[in-house]
Design a protein around this ligand. Structure first.
Ligand code: PGA
Length: 252
């Protein structure tokens, strides 16, 4: 049985006080959603420590949104996987399209970040997804395949067993435009095929999340698809009520 996961990517939103409040509200409403759904909240670095404290024992895990590619040293402004893990954080989002686009993250950087994450016991949520022009040109399968082959194919089987993948079409992120449930299923099934080609049947256990304008009104339809195992939620994760409502969208 694959995990069902709803992860909230808060991006660069909320002050620490607001973030703790949001996390507390998620904790308060957690009981209304099936315990079969794993919730993860990913606040900015500055709130990680406090959010770990308020979510402890609640069944809500905490993730970071990034980590450094190096272990330690003279890398001004960077935050290492070890620092993050030492706070009690369990997950780290890697390869988000905003990191690829605005901060020049390449597969080379991401391989190093994945290594750091695993070396420190963090579970990566590895993001893939095509841009609008790539989809329009029919290149989305090739783009996503390359993003998987260049990074995920380098993992050991043991590392792969822990991996979470998120498919986020760039054209759907923060735009209000969502992939249709059929589009999501088509590419999620493709992603699983690509993973199967390298890791065999183990790919059947990998949680593949959909991300991109996912909200309470469309989550149920998307999550009902066979190869969609949950969501990576941006905007709608900033309201506890909406975030939790998305978790209620599982019918399988
Ligand atoms: P969105 O963001 O839900 O606001 O579209 C999703 C993401 O970028 O993870």
């Amino acid at each position: 049985m694959r995990k069902k996961i709803v992860a909230g990517n808060w991006k660069m939103n909320t002050t620490p006080v607001e973030g703790v409040e949001l996390a507390k509200n998620v904790v308060a409403g957690r009981g209304e959603v099936c315990s079969c759904v794993d919730f993860i909240v990913c606040p900015p670095f500055t709130h990680l420590s406090e959010v770990v404290k308020v979510t402890r024992g609640s069944g809500i895990a905490v993730g970071a949104q990034n980590c450094a590619a190096e272990a330690k040293g003279a890398y001004t402004g960077e935050v290492s996987a070890q620092m993050i893990a030492s706070l009690g954080v369990e997950y780290v989002i890697l390869g988000h399209s905003e990191r690829r686009e605005y901060y020049g993250e390449t597969s080379k950087t991401l391989n190093a970040k994945m290594e750091q994450a695993y070396a420190n016991g963090l579970t990566p949520i590895y993001c893939v997804g095509e841009k609008l022009d790539e989809r329009e040109a029919g290149k989305h399968f090739d783009v996503v395949k390359a993003q998987l082959e260049e990074v995920v194919y380098n993992l050991t089987e043991e590392q792969f067993a822990k991996l979470v993948v998120a498919y986020e079409p760039v054209w759907a992120i923060g735009t209000g435009k969502t992939a249709t449930a059929e589009q999501a299923q088509e590419i999620h099934a493709f992603i699983r095929e690509v993973l199967r080609a390298r890791f065999g049947a183990k790919a059947d256990d990998t949680a593949i999340l959909y991300g991109g304008s996912c909200k309470p009104s469309n989550a149920a339809e998307i999550f009902a698809k066979a190869d969609v195992d949950g969501g990576l939620i941006g905007g709608a994760a900033l309201k506890a009520e909406d975030f939790l409502a998305i978790g209620k969208g599982f019918s399988k």
